[in-house]
Design a protein. Structure first.
Length: 169
């Protein structure tokens, strides 16, 4: 009886490659950016939100100092808290990253706010986002856009993104 080694190895390779598509690393490999995504915005919206997970694989703390994107005038980091039944959003000047830990930006929690959008975020498109870290330096990521009101990246349309789907300035 022959063992199906080649098909098993092929499947393992495809699975490993698909995981890499969702993770983007800094040049020093100390910071990994997993599953970046954003929600589509209505036509006249001036702000949008981006979500992702940062993993600090380094031996020492790092900080997310800033971010830029060609599709918005400013990028800010915000935390959302509940106080007396009311949601409150506060800007954070930096985000601390603990060694060997994940820092999540999710709907209803910390998020990356895109301020003064130059165009609406449209489902199925992508845009570039540059993150700047104190130690890891600059990390460029491509952010796919999910539908309006999406609560997780799996709410994105099941399609491949083509080069012509990239948002223009």
């Amino acid at each position: 009886m022959k063992q199906p080694i080649k098909p098993i190895l092929s499947i393992a390779f495809v699975l490993a490659a698909s995981v890499q598509v969702n993770a983007q690393m800094s040049g020093s490999s100390s910071i990994v950016v997993e599953r970046p995504w954003a929600r589509a915005t209505p036509g006249g919206a001036k702000t949008g939100a981006t979500y992702l997970t940062l993993i600090n694989n380094g031996e020492s703390p790092d900080q997310l100092l800033g971010a830029t994107t060609p599709i918005a005038d400013k990028v800010q980091f915000h935390s959302t808290t509940e106080e007396n039944g009311m949601s409150r959003m506060r800007e954070m000047p930096v985000v601390d990253l603990v060694p060997h830990a994940k820092t999540k930006f999710d709907p209803g929690g910390m998020h990356i706010m895109l301020v003064d959008l130059k165009q609406p975020l449209k489902e199925g498109q992508t845009f570039s986002l540059s993150l700047t870290f104190a130690k890891a330096g600059k990390v460029d990521v491509t952010v796919p856009v999910a539908k309006v009101g999406a609560m997780r990246p799996s709410d994105m349309a099941p399609m491949m993104h083509h080069h012509d789907d990239t948002m223009k300035e």
